[in-house]
Design a protein around this ligand. Structure first.
Ligand code: NDP
Ligand code: MG
Length: 328
């Protein structure tokens, strides 16, 4: 069993003399910054001019250009998109790092795939909430939290892990549970999970299930309810009570059909595809492909998005969600 860290295992007072410079004020940046401030920690924001900068000022933070925030901060917390880390680090952060400062991340991509190569005289730590930024905030305000992973890549100060745990406490994660991992394991498992299950797998399952229903002659509206809308209700049951709990809540026919036919759908061949995706994450070829795509302007990504927007599932889904008042 891996150890689960809770509030009593983390000490906010070790951050008493630290200034946390949050770089970026987006999904994670804003919500973690608000939680850390409400936990009594010293937080400043580093932003480029524009929307984020205005929002951070409206929220009452001291906001600086990224260079200056990196200069003033003792913990530089990189909360901009992973693909922007390399350039922002090289241009604005690197030369402001001095002995004993810490670089902190919420995902290990840029460190693990060597987009950012920190000097030896800083701590390199991770606090990775396992949920979207707005939920990190909402849970904190409700007295709870979103679980998180922590990791230490480099421990110069001898206190790197304590710092990571304290930040995890500051965002509310130790209220529910924090696990220790490595940058490598967090990065790889995150990518493998999102490709095979959470984003890639689920999306294709829903899409192909919808396509088969329509090909078999059922109206797209019915196919949408069946393959997409109801998926949320099933996931909610799994989230609350596990796979067996979900099976206890569906009909006996669904229970038997699911158990007997499911493995014939998601079969060994699908698992072999998942293993292939895992290999490409672990040998770095997926990262290389994505960095190349990003740096050459992201045309393929845009094309894939456009194609999906035109898919009948998306067209009928939009209509139905509008009717139901879920979407404008
Ligand atoms: P966002 O896309 O929400 O970050 C947007 C912020 O980054 C904005 O403040 C934006 O500024 C700024 N920004 C974007 N590009 C640049 C740039 N080139 N130079 C300067 N600032 C820039 O990021 P996330 O919060 O989604 O992700 C932050 C980190 O957290 C990532 O490492 C991610 O992997 C990790 N993470 C994210 C999760 C999530 O649910 N979103 C979950 C767990 C981890 P502006 O407004 O000026 O454009
Ligand atoms: Mg992910």
């Amino acid at each position: 069993m891996v150890r689960v860290y809770l509030d009593r295992d983390a000490d906010l007072s070790i951050l008493r003399d630290e200034v946390i410079a949050i770089i970026g004020y987006g999904s994670q940046g804003r919500n973690q910054a608000l939680n850390l401030r409400d936990s009594g920690l010293r937080v400043i924001i580093g932003c480029r001019p524009g929307r984020s900068q205005k929002l951070a000022e409206e929220d009452g933070f001291k906001v600086y250009p990224i260079d200056e925030a990196s200069e003033r901060g003792t913990i530089i917390y990189m909360l901009i998109p992973d693909m922007a880390h390399r350039e922002v680090y090289e241009k604005h952060v690197k030369d402001r790092l001095s002995e004993g400062k810490a670089l902190c991340f919420s995902h290990g991509f840029s460190i693990h795939y060597k987009q950012v190569i920190p000097p030896p005289f800083v701590d390199v730590i991770m606090v990775a909430p396992k949920g979207p930024g707005p939920i990190v905030r909402e849970a904190y305000l409700n007295g709870s939290g979103v679980p998180a992973l922590i990791a230490v890549q480099q421990d110069y100060s001898g206190k790197a892990k304590e710092k990571a745990l304290a930040i995890a406490k500051g965002i509310g994660a130790t209220r529910v549970g924090v696990l220790e991992t490595t940058f490598k394991d967090e990065t790889e498992s995150d990518l493998i999970g999102e490709q095979t299950v959470l984003v890639g797998g689920l999306m294709e399952l829903i899409k192909k299930g919808f396509e088969v229903l329509v090909e078999e002659g059922y109206p797209p509206e019915l196919a949408y309810f069946e393959a997409c809308n109801e998926a949320k209700l099933i996931i909610d049951l799994i989230y609350r009570s596990g796979l067996t709990g979900m099976l206890r809540a569906v009909s006996d026919t669904a229970k038997y059909g699911g158990l007997a036919v499911g493995p014939k759908i998601i079969d060994e061949h699908v698992k072999e595809n998942m293993r292939a995706a895992a290999r490409r994450v672990k040998d770095g070829s997926f990262a290389e492909e994505w960095i190349q795509e990003y740096e050459s302007g992201g045309e393929n990504l845009e094309r894939l998005m456009r194609e999906l927007e035109d898919h009948p599932l998306e067209v009928v889904g939009k209509k139905i969600r509008r009717m139901a008042g879920l979407e404008r």
